[in-house]
Each structure stands twice: as structure tokens, then as C-alpha cells.
Design a protein around this ligand. Structure first.
Ligand SMILES: CCCCC/C=C\C/C=C\C/C=C\C/C=C\C/C=C\CCC(=O)SCCNC(=O)CCNC(=O)[C@H](O)C(C)(C)COP(=O)(O)OP(=O)(O)OC[C@H]1O[C@@H](n2cnc3c(N)ncnc32)[C@H](O)[C@@H]1OP(=O)(O)O
Ligand SMILES: Cc1cc2nc3c(=O)[nH]c(=O)nc-3n(C[C@H](O)[C@H](O)[C@H](O)COP(=O)(O)OP(=O)(O)OC[C@H]3O[C@@H](n4cnc5c(N)ncnc54)[C@H](O)[C@@H]3O)c2cc1C
Length: 661
């Protein structure tokens, strides 16, 4: 990238960067070698001609766009397979996926959830049967859980799997319209297999939801098998190339061994054997929620790179009347909009790395029959997924708005990035629903703290606060982290007390819970924010980096802490010992941090190391040729391929002629 002829503003910006951009790239990637490998892989992918689109995707019809995505998905699969064989390298398909598809791959659910569920829910025999076929794409699958009538409340799913001991088969049925599966990615026209989550019935008795692996299309003709009704759900806000679909069964039989039985089992005679914990059936969702936190980091870095580079190139208006128009990045309001995006991406990455470690530890424990830390993992993954996805959505939208009119252009890529980022707020557990799951855990933890019990590490601050809620406020990063814990503890207590108040007024627990649920949701958000602040600050101070880089990383981490303290200063005034004077000091600190980060802004987004092919943006490319690219892309419009469009003769001319009469 270094030899590209760049916009002079970007050249100047890069020259004033105070840290070594390559050092940060290596830090993000996990070492210099990892960067080399990543770049070599990306270079290989983006030099494949067939993966490049001659015409921007947006001009294609819905059908052509899907077919083009499948075409590219298969080529990408082949290239990756060869690459992995040759270099023994496991690539990050998500990053290059944004480059290849702009939106998402029709194989997203195959990679993200189908294979993962076989691994997580299948017995060793079942894995031996299906995993090799799924991994080498002999079979293509998805995760079919959500139905027209139920997505959040999965105990309410209606798809039935009734066991027939005579034939040792399950009979799948979707008797009502609301029971039809609705949403699974790739289901529309791509996959031939599904993980179907259905209610198990044996001898008329319900045994809750279980996962089944089901072939739905013929492997040669791709026709739906008899008894299967399947199709695509149509255009959406984003995810256009994900090929989301619907599915229903009519007396469709599958062998007994197609129920994934790592947890619960159905024996030949129809005996149901309970698993260690019925919630382990929800395991794939926990894994993906963890992954989404990492995805939020990537999505935020895409938007930040586009908006910061554009803001360095774009000149508009003046700060001082007699001086030239300034780079819009010099407006402190612009810095306020954008630097939190850079900081958030780092916070999400650090927290993802921490959460993945907890996830892997809990998986190890579970393999040994220990499940003590599962509730904590579930509660933490739920609230972090909810808060990070919503923050990422807001940050991406703020970046888009920060690019003014040009941010509204599809060719900026910001609308697309927003489309797939905002989807993470809903899929894999709607945000409020997940926050309330965490609230259940917090309320229990609060009760345990009141009883003087030892709490799990992520909530031990509740006991600390009970012992001493009167700690003096300190305007240091550590003091702010403590402050976030005080806010969370105060909100958990207030929500808990509210439930108790309603119970005293004669409400039963469930109604009291519902009445207190806004407070519960906010308590859960505050808990999540305190984890984000504590973990990310902790990771940064433990980072080994050169003094120059460490200084910048600390500035970003502090910016995150101060930004969110100021954003929620009302809560701090209520639940911590912060004073108005402290808030004034933090405002000043915030302005200092924006000024300190300003000279490094372009260097910081360069360090996300997102190639132009991944950014896909007229506004965000490395060389900053913004206006040239906007014009080049506009000229690709089919309407610009003819000097006069047929509609002139058909409609406009007659209209004008009629007007003359
Ligand atoms: C190294 C690690 C990282 C690897 C990451 C790798 C890859 C991922 C990478 C990136 C991700 C990016 C893309 C992902 C790819 C694909 C995604 C694309 C599309 C999305 C696909 C989908 O949306 S699939 C459908 C998802 N659906 C949902 O999420 C449904 C949400 N609803 C629920 O989960 C449940 O209904 C519920 C949890 C809200 C409630 O369940 P219910 O059974 O009713 O339970 P309750 O009565 O409320 O609670 C009872 C009890 O159970 C505990 N519990 C609940 N869930 C769990 C769980 N999962 N684990 C453990 N425990 C659980 C709950 O806390 C209660 O406990 P208490 O009674 O003690 O309070
Ligand atoms: C792009 C995309 C891809 C998807 N891919 C897949 C897929 O591959 N496979 C799959 O199975 N599913 C998939 N889904 C479905 C997704 O998982 C669900 O849409 C999601 O879990 C939310 O469920 P819902 O649609 O039923 O929302 P609802 O639950 O109907 O939510 C509507 C409103 O009700 C509120 N609400 C619901 N329950 C409660 C409660 N208990 N307390 C308080 N408020 C509540 C919510 O907060 C929300 O405000 C996908 C969805 C999207 C958008």
C-alpha cells in the first residue's frame, strides 16, 4: 500500500503519526508472522479475478445477486481449501468475506452454526458421520431454529419431532403456519441439510426442544424432498446475499440417529435419557454470541476507517474566517463522533479475546462434567453480545452520518456495513431478551451477596459494594472502572428492591419482574459496561508495546472510559460519589484526549489494516481519491451507459407534449 499515490492530506496525516503503525498491526493480529500470513492470504484471495465483480452488486437483481454470491462462495471455498492445504493456515473467512461478498456469504450459517452444532451437539459417532461431509462441503447446511411465531422464546417452538419406536424414526411436522421455520441463512435455495430445532414428543409426552440433523433437498437434483416445503423469505434491510429461508415438514421421517445426542438421548425403545444440563442444547448460540463480540470489533473498524480517512480528506467550512477551509477531522465535534469508534473497536477486540478464553475454559470444564461456570458464561455472553452489538450499530451509523451526504451513497459502503452490523442486535438473541437473561443472574448474585456468599469473579463487585458503597471518587482510570461497578451495583440493588416492592404490594414474582424489567434491563447494561471498562483497561495496561504505542493505546482506552462516564453522568451522580466538579474535570480530560488522539487518527485506522478490497468504499480507500472514486463509481450506473434513457420517449416526451396542448 505504501507506494500508492495518495491524497496529500493523508500523506501529511501519516507523517505526523507518533507511533509505529506496523507495531499496532502486529499487536492486533497477534504477532508479525500472523500479519505476514494474513496479508499473504488476503493477497491471494483478492488476486483471484473471478472473485472480483465487474458491475457493482447493487445493480444486480435479487436473483442475480444471489447467484453471483453463490458463484463467489464456491470459488472462495476452493481457493481457501487449496490455500489451507498448501500453507497449513486457518484463515479468517469473515474478514475476506466482507471483501468478496460486500454483504454476507450464503454459506455463513454453514460455517458459523451448522458445522459448530454438529461438533457441539453430536456424539463422536454422529460427528464421524456428518462432520467430514460438512467440512468438505459434500453436504451444505444451516441452523433452523426460529419460526414465524417464535424466535426469542425457544421453549415455545412448535415444530414437532414425534418418535416412532416401531420404525425407530422421528416424524417431523409443522402443523401451523406459525410453526414454519423462518430466517435461517442459506435455507432459501442453498442448503441441502439443516439442524432443525424441534419439540420432541415420545408417546404423547413433550421432552423439550432438541436438535435434529435433517436432509431437506436431494443431493443431485437439489429438489426439496417429499414432505418438505422450503423457500426464500425475500429482501431485507441487509443480509441480501445470506439467502434466508422458510421451511415446513409434513410427516417427514428421519432415522433415530439424526437427533444430535451428545446431551439428551432417545433410546431405540423410546426411553428418554436426560443430559447433564438441558441448557447445553443452547450451546451453539452461546458460542456465536461470543463470536459476535469479535465481529462487532471488525464492523466498527470498517466504519471507523472509512469515516476517518474521509474526514482527513474532506475540507468544508472554516474555523477561523481568514484561514482556508479545514479538514473536517479538525472539528472537535467530528473527533467526538469518530474517535469513540476507533476506541470501541479496540475495546470489543480485547473483550472478545477475554470472553473467548472464558468460553474455551467452560467448554473444557463441561467435557469433564463440570458446569459450575456455565451460568456465569451464559450471563456474560448475553449482556456483552447485547451491548456490543448495539454500540457497534450506533457507532457505524454515527460514522455514516459523519460523512454527510456522501455517507448516504451505497458506494461509501457505510449503508451496507450498517445493514449487517445492526442485524447483530437482533439475531442470536434479541438485545432486551438477552439483557433480561443476564438480569436473572444479577438478581441471584445480589441475593447471594446479601447472604454473604462468595460470588463469581464477574459479579464479585456486588459484594465489595455491599461492604463499602461509600468509596471516594477518583478521577483515574481505575477510579472510573470502580465507578462503573458502583453504578452497576446501585442499579442491580434498585431493580431488586423494586421487585420486592411489587411483591409486597401483592404481585406475584413474574408480574413484579415484568414491572421492574426496564430497571433490570438497565442494570444489565450497566453490568456489561462495567465489564467492558474493567476488562479493556486491564488488557491495555498489561499490553507489552513500545512506549509510544502504549501511550496511544492508553489514550484510546481512557477515551472509552471517559466518554461513557460522561454519556451516563446522570447514573454516576445517582449511584457513585462523583461530584459536579469531577464531571467538569472529566469533560476537560475528554477534550485533552481528543486533541491527543487527533494527530494519530489516520495512523490508528491504517493499523486496522483493512485492504481497499475489504473496505469497498469510495470514501475510505487508502489513497484518499474520494471525489475521483465517487465519480468513477457513479459512471458505472446502468443509467449512465446510454445518453438517453428509453423512458424519455415512452413517458417524459408524451407528458411534455400533452402539456403543450
Ligand atoms: C473461541 C470462541 C469463539 C468462537 C466464535 C466462532 C464463530 C463465530 C464468529 C462470528 C460470529 C459472526 C457471525 C455468526 C454466524 C452466524 C450468525 C448469523 C445469523 C444468526 C442465526 C440465529 O439467529 S440462530 C437463532 C438464535 N436464537 C436465539 O438466540 C434465541 C434466543 N432465546 C434463547 O436463547 C432462549 O429462549 C432464552 C435464553 C432467552 C430463554 O430460554 P429458556 O429455556 O426459556 O430459559 P429461561 O426459562 O429463561 O431460563 C432458564 C434457565 O436457563 C438458563 N439458560 C438459558 N440459556 C442458557 C444457555 N445458553 N446456557 C446456560 N444456561 C442458560 C437461564 O439463565 C436460566 O437459569 P436460572 O433458572 O438459573 O435463572
Ligand atoms: C439477519 C437475520 C438472520 C437470522 N438468521 C437466523 C438463522 O440463521 N437461524 C435462525 O434460526 N434464526 C435466525 N434469525 C432469527 C433471529 O434469531 C430472531 O429474529 C431473534 O432471535 C429475535 O427473535 P424474534 O424475531 O422472535 O423477536 P421477538 O421476540 O418477536 O421480538 C420482538 C420484540 O419483543 C420483545 N420481547 C420478546 N420477548 C421478550 C421478553 N421475554 N421480555 C421482554 N421483551 C421481549 C423484544 O425485546 C422485541 O422488542 C435471524 C434474524 C435476522 C434478523
Amino acid at each position: 500500500m505504501a507506494n500508492v499515490k495518495c491524497n496529500p492530506d493523508l500523506v501529511r496525516e501519516r507523517a505526523k503519526c507518533s507511533f509505529d503503525v506496523n507495531e499496532l498491526i502486529h499487536l492486533i493480529d497477534g504477532g508479525e508472522n500472523a500479519t505476514k500470513e494474513k496479508r499473504h492470504f488476503e493477497e491471494t484471495i483478492f488476486s483471484v479475478k473471478e472473485l472480483q465483480d465487474a458491475v457493482p452488486e447493487e445493480y444486480l437483481s435479487h436473483k442475480d445477486r444471489y447467484e453471483n454470491a453463490v458463484r463467489k462462495a464456491t470459488i472462495l471455498r476452493d481457493v481457501c481449501r487449496e490455500y489451507m492445504k498448501k500453507y497449513n493456515y486457518k484463515p479468517n473467512r469473515f474478514r475476506v468475506g466482507h471483501g468478496v461478498f460486500k454483504d454476507v456469504s450464503p454459506f455463513l450459517l454453514h460455517d458459523g452454526m451448522f458445522v459448530a452444532t454438529i461438533i457441539g451437539q453430536g456424539t463422536p459417532e454422529q460427528q464421524a458421520e456428518w462432520l467430514p461431509k460438512a467440512e468438505n462441503m459434500q453436504i451444505i447446511g444451516t441452523y433452523a431454529q426460529t419460526e414465524l411465531g417464535h424466535g426469542s422464546f425457544i421453549r415455545g417452538l412448535e415444530t414437532r419431532a414425534t418418535y416412532d419406536p416401531k420404525t425407530e424414526e422421528f416424524i417431523l411436522n409443522n402443523a401451523t403456519l406459525s410453526s414454519f421455520k423462518w430466517w435461517p441463512g442459506g435455507l432459501g435455495s442453498t442448503v441441502n441439510h439443516c439442524i432443525v430445532v424441534a419439540q420432541l414428543f415420545i408417546n404423547g409426552k413433550s421432552y423439550g426442544i432438541q436438535p435434529f440433523i435433517v436432509q431437506i433437498r436431494d443431493l443431485n437434483t437439489h429438489k426439496p424432498l417429499p414432505g418438505v416445503k422450503v423457500g426464500e423469505i425475500g429482501p431485507k434491510m441487509g443480509f441480501q446475499t445470506a439467502n434466508n429461508g422458510f421451511l415446513g415438514f409434513e410427516n417427514f421421517r428421519i432415522p433415530r440417529m439424526n437427533m444430535l445426542m451428545k446431551n439428551a438421548q432417545v433410546l431405540k425403545d423410546g426411553t428418554f435419557v436426560k443430559g447433564m444440563n438441558e441448557k447445553l442444547t443452547y450451546g451453539t448460540m452461546v458460542m456465536v454470541r461470543v463470536g459476535i463480540v469479535g465481529d462487532c470489533s471488525l464492523n466498527t473498524s470498517l466504519a471507523a476507517t472509512i469515516a476517518v480517512r474521509y474526514s482527513a480528506v474532506r475540507h468544508q467550512s472554516k474555523i477561523k474566517a481568514k484561514e482556508p477551509e479545514v479538514q473536517i477531522l479538525d472539528y472537535v465535534t467530528q473527533q467526538h463522533k469518530l474517535f469513540i469508534a476507533i476506541a470501541s473497536s479496540h475495546v470489543f477486540r480485547n473483550v472478545y479475546s477475554w470472553l473467548s478464553k472464558s468460553y474455551l475454559n467452560v467448554m473444557k470444564d463441561l467435557a469433564q462434567g463440570k458446569q459450575d461456570h456455565l451460568p456465569e458464561l451464559h450471563a456474560t455472553a448475553c449482556c456483552l453480545k447485547a451491548v456490543c452489538s448495539r454500540d457497534a450499530g450506533s457507532v457505524v451509523e454515527e460514522c455514516r452520518l459523519a460523512c454527510g451526504g456522501h455517507g448516504y451513497m451505497t458506494s461509501s459502503n457505510l449503508p451496507l456495513v450498517y445493514g449487517f452490523t445492526i442485524a447483530t442486535v437482533t439475531y442470536e438473541g434479541e438485545q432486551t431478551v438477552l439483557l433480561l437473561q443476564t438480569a436473572r443472574y444479577l438478581v441471584k448474585a445480589w441475593l447471594a451477596a446479601l447472604q454473604g456468599k462468595v460470588l463469581a469473579p464477574s459479579v464479585s463487585y456486588l459484594s465489595d459494594w455491599l461492604k463499602n458503597d461509600n468509596v471516594r471518587w477518583q478521577n483515574t482510570p481505575e477510579g472510573i472502572v470502580k465507578g462503573f461497578q458502583h453504578v452497576a451495583a446501585g442499579k442491580v440493588k434498585a431493580a431488586y428492591d423494586t421487585i420486592q416492592k411489587y411483591i409486597k404490594l401483592g404481585k406475584d414474582y413474574e408480574d413484579a419482574w415484568n414491572l421492574a424489567s426496564v430497571q433490570l434491563m438497565k442494570a444489565s447494561e450497566a453490568h456489561s459496561r462495567s465489564i467492558l471498562c474493567e476488562v479493556s483497561w486491564g488488557e491495555v495496561i498489561r499490553t507489552s508495546a513500545s512506549p509510544n504505542l502504549l501511550q496511544v493505546l492508553k489514550q484510546l482506552a481512557q477515551l472509552y472510559l471517559v466518554y461513557w462516564t460522561l454519556e451516563t453522568s446522570g447514573d454516576f451522580l445517582v449511584y457513585s460519589n462523583i461530584s459536579k466538579d469531577d464531571i467538569a474535570i472529566l469533560r476537560e480530560k475528554y477534550e485533552e484526549l481528543l486533541a491527543a488522539i487527533r494527530p494519530n487518527a489516520v495512523g490508528l485506522v491504517d493499523a486496522f489494516d483493512l485492504r481497499d478490497e475489504i473496505l469497498h468504499s469510495t470514501l475510505g480507500s487508502y489513497d484518499g481519491r474520494v471525489y475521483e472514486r465517487l465519480m468513477e463509481e457513479a459512471l458505472k450506473s446502468p443509467l449512465n451507459q446510454e445518453s438517453v434513457n428509453a423512458s424519455f420517449h415512452k413517458y417524459l416526451k408524451p407528458l411534455m407534449e400533452k402539456a403543450k396542448l
